[in-house]
Design a protein around this ligand. Structure first.
Ligand SMILES: NC(=O)c1ccc[n+]([C@@H]2O[C@H](COP(=O)([O-])OP(=O)(O)OC[C@H]3O[C@@H](n4cnc5c(N)ncnc54)[C@H](OP(=O)(O)O)[C@@H]3O)[C@@H](O)[C@H]2O)c1
Length: 351
């Protein structure tokens, strides 16, 4: 569906919405279960500052971090999320949409550009953020697919490239190959020339094979940690084995990247495995420490290139309207998303 900009804004003109201009957004005033603390409300439309763009959001996506920020779990992370309430009253970080207005000093984007990227407060009809948070949407993607790239694809890219230093011909295992990070990791590792094994449940075996995995292990029938097969790099998105059991599946020079997991209970949550792997990495050359990285424009451009060349295509679990963000976040929090969960806003392009 063609998107018609609601206003004509020339480069350099500040997009100041009319006083009192409102938009729909998901508002969170406190931490708790998604259905209890998230509400669709009318809020003020954002006003752009110098160097920022105003983006009309067509789709946003949900990742595990959104579930953490809404529930406030793990408790140890609350000071970072905001005390006593979340720093941002609107959750969401990954989106795709159309630039509707640009602030003074914006040089790389123009009104009408179709973009994807990240910001705070993405579960809303409009967002404003610095222009370097966005890059051009690949023409071969819908807004829904482009919204799915965000932090999940950036995480997969950074862990395979910077931590794993994955090379062509290496054997790579992705545990949790069917989730938000895993579906990107399988495709990016293939793009790097690796021989990729994906681990997932029976219902996802065909999907993981279809995105390029050379081998698929159904964890309901077989335990990769008990097999004689060895890997040069393991990206573990699940942490359902001990670190030492997982490292047993490595070659003599192999490396394990533990990407969270759920071992830490309410206090440490997904950070439980991160803390353990940080400690073990001091003593084991096979265990890589945590690699907390942030989204950046350079990596979005690399992902854009991988997508435009057909090497990577986002996998969409399903779509929810803006009013159903609580249900979408609940689904992701349950830990069985199949690819990325997407929120459609302002009538996303379903082409
Ligand atoms: N998404 C991000 O941007 C991001 C960024 C940094 C870190 N992380 C961390 O990375 C981890 C994974 O994130 P994600 O977004 O990929 O999660 P996700 O989208 O919730 O995916 C989890 C996947 O794991 C699979 N799974 C569950 N149990 C499994 C098992 N025993 N063996 C193999 N696969 C299993 C599930 O498949 P089945 O339904 O088939 O079981 C599901 O597809 C989380 O701990 C998260 O905190 C995520």
């Amino acid at each position: 569906m063609a998107i018609t900009p609601t206003a004509t804004v020339e480069p350099g003109q500040i997009g100041v919405p009319a006083p009192g201009a409102l938009m729909k957004a998901i508002v969170q005033k406190t931490y708790g279960e998604p259905e209890a603390v998230l509400e669709l409300q009318d809020v003020a439309k954002p006003v752009i500052k110098d160097g920022e763009v105003l983006v009309r959001v067509h789709a946003a996506s949900v990742h595990v971090g959104d579930w953490m920020l809404v529930t406030g779990v793990p408790l140890i992370a609350r000071p970072a999320y905001g005390l006593p309430k979340p720093k941002s009253s609107i959750p969401g970080s990954d989106l795709a949409g159309t630039v509707e207005a640009i602030g003074n000093g914006v040089t790389q984007l123009r009104s009408g550009d179709e973009v994807f990227g990240w910001c705070t407060a993405a579960f809303a009809e409009y967002v404003s953020a610095p222009e370097d948070h966005f890059v051009r949407k690949p023409a071969n993607l819908t807004f829904e697919q482009a919204a799915a790239i965000g932090v999940s694809a950036s995480t997969a890219l950074q862990l395979l490239r910077d931590q794993g230093e994955v090379q062509s011909g290496q054997k790579v295992l992705i545990n949790g190959a069917s989730g938000g990070v895993g579906t990107f990791a399988v495709q990016i590792a293939k793009a790097f020339g690796a021989e990729v094994t994906g681990v997932c449940s029976t219902k996802n075996v065909e999907m993981v094979r279809s995105i390029g995995a050379d081998h698929v292990i159904d964890y309901m029938r077989e335990d990769f940690a008990q097999s004689s097969q060895r890997y040069d790099f393991i990206l573990d998105n699940v942490a359902n084995h001990s670190l030492s059991d997982t490292r047993n599946a490595l070659t003599p020079t192999g490396k394990l990247q533990s990407n969270n997991g759920t071992s830490g209970g309410r206090w440490f949550g997904t950070l439980g495995t991160v803390i353990k792997s940080a400690a073990v990495s001091k003593f084991s050359r096979h265990q890589l420490g945590p690699a907390i990285k942030f989204q950046n424009r350079a990596d979005l451009l690399i992902l854009q290139g991988l997508i435009e060349s057909g090497k990577v295509t986002p996998v969409i679990d399903g779509t929810y309207p803006l009013s159903a963000v609580p249900q979408a976040i609940r689904h992701v929090g349950d830990g069985h998303a199949r690819g990325t969960v997407v929120i459609t806003i302002n009538g996303a392009d379903h082409a």
